[in-house]
Design a protein around this ligand. Sequence first.
Ligand code: AMP
Ligand code: ZN
Length: 490
Amino acid sequence: MSIKLFNTMGRQIQEFIPVEDNKVRMYTCGPTVYNYAHIGNLRTYIFEDILRRTLEYFGYQVKQVMNVTDVGHLTDDADEGEDKVIRSAKEKGKTAREIAGFYMEAFFKDLSLLNVEKPSVVCKATDHVDDMIKLIRRIEKNGFTYASGGNLYFDVAKFPDYGRLAMLRLEDLKAGARVKIDEQKKSPHDFVLWFTKSKFEHQSMMWDSPWGRGYPGWHIECSAMSMKYLGDHFDIHCGGIDHIPVHHTNEIAQAEAATGKKWVNYWLHGEFLVLSKEKMAKSAGNFITISTLIDKGYDPLDYRYFCLGAHYRSQLQFSFEALDSAKNGRAGLMERIARIREEAEKTGAEKVSPYAADTGAPGTYASGKGAPGTDDKAIRYLKSFEAHISQDLNVPKALADLWNLVKDGSVEAVSKYSVILAMDKVLGLRLGTAQMKKISVSKEISNLIDEREKAREDKDYKRADEIRNILKERGIIVEDTPQGVKWRKV
Ligand code: AMP
Ligand code: ZN
């Protein structure tokens, strides 16, 4: 099945064709670790996780690289302001390394709570300053840089393709129209590759370089680390939409100025999570974290489920009411799946294995070759699911396929459950953990249940049925299974 993705470069849906058969090399811009990730940031990582899982589902081997920014990201993307990590360290009376280490750990804990798969490579900026210096030297050798006021700048005028991703037209952009005028820059779009002097003299993290002791600009880290681990030309690069006009635009300029050829084939961007029409931002102080949600009694997977309800290219408005409804929706889904699972296990536990993508070459993947005995109807739902996720990750529709399958009483439980597990490989909702809750019942009810069991032992089926009906009236369903008597609330 071919996968179609919306490429920000060119703004159109395109069939995904990897550089190398079967393999996907993808880079996802990671966090700046000066604070907890807010749920807006996490929406972007959930989208990227769905992308990776979808590619894996269809049989691609994915190498995903994610950077961790622990130096060089200023409070303003256009080289203004202060280094975020260093500022946070000063505020909290810690070292920059302590701050970065603490928030990096917190970040990956959040990802695991959200069931976001860990990238194949996680790389910290401070561990790769040498690679950045090497890349800057290549850019410099090719004539794309100038020194000014102690810093080394990228000269966008030398790179005619500058701004193609963002559809910026340089000649239309007056100095100061979007980016503040910086006296040291020839053009407001020029950006720092290496700082030796800046507004903040007491930078605590500095390295020696051919341009003097200093530290790298933010954008160079992603170009350098992605090329180190994925090569000079790779498949996919993603991030949130805010990265289009500056960060990714500058990353492209740096990489292509160094190599002289096309860098990345597909650019994917996730839309923002917004809070009452404003964007959620760490700096605005209106951010909600996973801990906030846990403290309020939500499971992080409620938030994942909430995010899956919207297409990644649509803005998503957050409210606690909307999260409540996602929470209820997920609870209902898990309860139904628990019942299906129980039913399936009754019929034949050994047959329940996720009916998933076969291991054939991507593109030749065909539905319907799954677990023996998988019922045709269940497969039809899976095919629809696959068609939806392969169409630019249409997860809301894929989620509807899951619901339709779950609700279809005519599909036999073993097939149903194995298709549910297959769908979960993409959705990542841990659907396989759905289990009937052990419920506590009153003494009276438990006496009735015992009495019914005794009646059955005595082969007094009339009395057993009477009690079953009494229990039903009180909202308790009793079922006789090979594992014994089970009951649940209606
Ligand atoms: P940062 O840690 O600020 O570099 O951001 C990490 C990731 O979150 C980037 O991919 C951003 O584009 C993304 N991001 C930032 N704010 C939001 C938001 N409100 N909604 C969705 N993604 C966001
Ligand atoms: Zn980046």
